[in-house]
Design a protein around this ligand. Structure first.
Ligand SMILES: *[C@@H]1O[C@H](CO)[C@@H](O)[C@H](O)[C@H]1NC(C)=O
Ligand SMILES: *[C@@H]1O[C@H](CO)[C@@H](O)[C@H](O)[C@H]1NC(C)=O
Length: 516
């Protein structure tokens, strides 16, 4: 009997292992952009794929310091300088023009660095087989060419809302009347001026991308491969686009089924706070305000009068302050402010005594605030921050203030709005609604990634991505509908004109005969 039982269990075990092998996918992650905050989002998802037993190979600037099971790095670290604290706290029309140029230039550089790498080249030289390629969709389509060369289906990821050039490739309508434009703060209810701005900038950004990104990347790819189809076509072939937004925050939008909102999967369970921080937070009877302008902005580059206004407003509030600040001191060395150039943001926001977040409105921090139900005072500077800030205000997560409008009085008033207990209660309820999903953000992201690999021979894109523009805009229908009546009118008119002429001739003849 014992022998049978051993045999039985051996059989069960091998079957289980086999099942495990069947479901385990070979996944390639391609992340050629050196922005830390972006990769910070994707890393959580890549680790989860590895944890689930998939064999994950990741090309990025951020290799793991400790080896993780099933997670293999192809490191680009050291090839480009990591982007941190590079942008001044300044906002003007000119910055909105410059940001897309920065994005496009960094993308073409990333493409060259990616394909020059010997370890990356080994992938196609060794004819590596991958069930799916997961890749960032931000500043370049270069990785789509690599995926094509490896003959693998693609899942696109973002750490922000859709970029302007993503709309047409997925068949998502971009209508400046109600669709938020990522670089501007009109949100979903823009004024006429904002609609004009968004229409103009949208055209500008899309043209820039087409001629200065895709065209350059296409020729970079042509140095390594013979037969890469146009990158825009490869963009349309992306199986699923996992967008880092959620409708409770950004409002309802028209997305086809292969564009899926997965906002929130990077937020981890909070860890224990360092002792001094915990004491500082818990010893404040009126709660704590957390201030951070993120990792890309140089906070200390803020104009002196703005810093004075902020300090003036904070001095009037009973709350203690935790401020992520690059320098050792602030003017006047205020006592109620805890300064540090590095802070465990998610763990701070998770503490119930932290009751407001003054932020530049990067999507990571905003998402963490939403997760923990902390009201946000949004002061957007560049990139997607204006659109995030507009969504913060529209959803009721917080209010926004423009840098140029910032004074001691205006800031104090905004703080008083979000520190109000009624406002905070609504934010808690918004947070619950945001978290209340049929499957968690992470489960959703992982599911559609596996789905894309399992059913890679199917196409899930909307037909809207394929129809020519004149059909998309129904110009042909308009032509027919306006054309038919026009032709009928023309026929009638010609007929009447002929009649008229004949009548004229007749009367002329009659007149003549009368005279005779
Ligand atoms: C997993 O990925 C690594 C690194 O890309 C590769 O060397 C290995 O052969 C893969 N394992 C399987 C079972 O495919
Ligand atoms: C997809 O189609 C190819 C060729 O028709 C076939 O060899 C392959 O097994 C199919 N893949 C899946 C996952 O069904």
């Amino acid at each position: 009997m014992k022998v049978f039982s051993v045999l039985y269990w051996a059989l069960v075990l091998t079957t289980l292992i086999e099942i495990n092998e069947v479901y385990s996918l070979n996944i390639l992650g391609v992340f050629p952009y050196e922005g830390k905050s972006h990769f910070f989002v994707f890393e959580t998802y890549l680790k989860e794929l590895a944890r689930k037993g998939h064999n994950v190979t990741v090309i990025s600037y951020f290799p793991q310091s400790e080896p993780i099971k099933n997670y293999h790095d192809i490191s680009l670290a050291g090839k480009l300088k990591i982007l941190e604290e590079v942008f001044p706290v300044k906002r003007s029309f000119w910055t909105i023009f410059q940001i897309p140029i920065f994005v496009v230039n960094s993308g073409t550089q990333n493409c060259k660095t990616l394909l020059e790498d010997k370890n990356v080249q080994n992938l196609w030289k060794a004819k590596s087989k991958f069930d799916v390629v997961v890749t960032e969709q931000f500043n370049s389509d270069c990785s789509l060419g690599l995926a094509y060369a490896l003959n693998a289906p693609v899942v696109g990821l973002t750490s922000h809302a859709l970029m302007p050039w993503h709309f047409s490739r997925f068949g998502v309508p971009f209508n400046p009347s109600y669709v938020s434009f990522i670089l501007l703060n009109g949100g979903t209810k823009p004024t006429l001026y904002q609609r004009l701005e968004s229409a103009i900038f949208d055209t500008y950004v899309r043209l820039l991308y087409k001629y200065f990104s895709q065209r350059v990347d296409q020729s970079t790819l042509a140095q390594y491969f013979d037969d890469i189809p146009p990158l825009e076509e490869l963009g349309r072939n992306i199986k699923f686009q996992l967008v880092y937004t959620h409708f409770v925050h950004f409002g309802s939008n028209i997305f086809p089924q292969n564009v899926i909102e997965v906002g929130g999967y990077h937020v981890a369970n909070p860890k224990q706070l360092p002792e001094d921080l915990r004491k500082f937070i818990e010893a404040s009877p009126h709660g704590v305000i957390y201030i951070s302008f993120g990792s890309m902005l140089k906070a200390a580059s803020m104009p002196r009068d703005k810093i004075d206004s902020i300090l003036g407003a904070l001095a009037e509030l009973p709350q203690r302050i935790i401020w992520k600040w690059d320098e050792k001191t602030l003017p006047g060395n205020p006592k109620n402010i805890y300064l540090s150039n590095w802070l465990p943001q998610n763990d701070i926001l998770a503490h119930p005594n932290v009751i407001a977040f003054y932020s530049h409105c990067g999507l990571l921090g905003t998402t963490e605030a939403l997760y923990h139900g902390v009201p946000v005072l949004a002061m957007p500077i560049f990139g997607d921050q204006p659109a995030n800030a507009a969504a913060v205000e529209e959803s009721g997560l917080g209010v926004q203030i423009e840098l140029k409008e910032l004074t001691r009085e205006s800031l104090l008033e905004k703080f008083k709005t979000i520190l109000n207990s009624g406002f905070r209660a609504k934010v808690k309820s918004l947070s619950q609604a945001w978290l209340d999903r049929p499957t968690s953000a992470m489960e959703t992201a992982v599911h559609w990634t596996e789905f894309a690999a399992r059913y890679q021979n199917f196409t899930f894109r909307s037909a809207a991505a394929d129809v020519p523009l004149y059909q998309y805009l129904c110009l042909d229908i308009l032509c027919v509908l306006l054309g038919i009546p026009a032709v009928i009118m023309l026929i009638i008119l010609t007929y009447r004109l002929n009649c008229y002429k004949k009548c004229q001739q007749l009367t002329d003849i009659m007149k003549k005969s009368k005279e005779e």
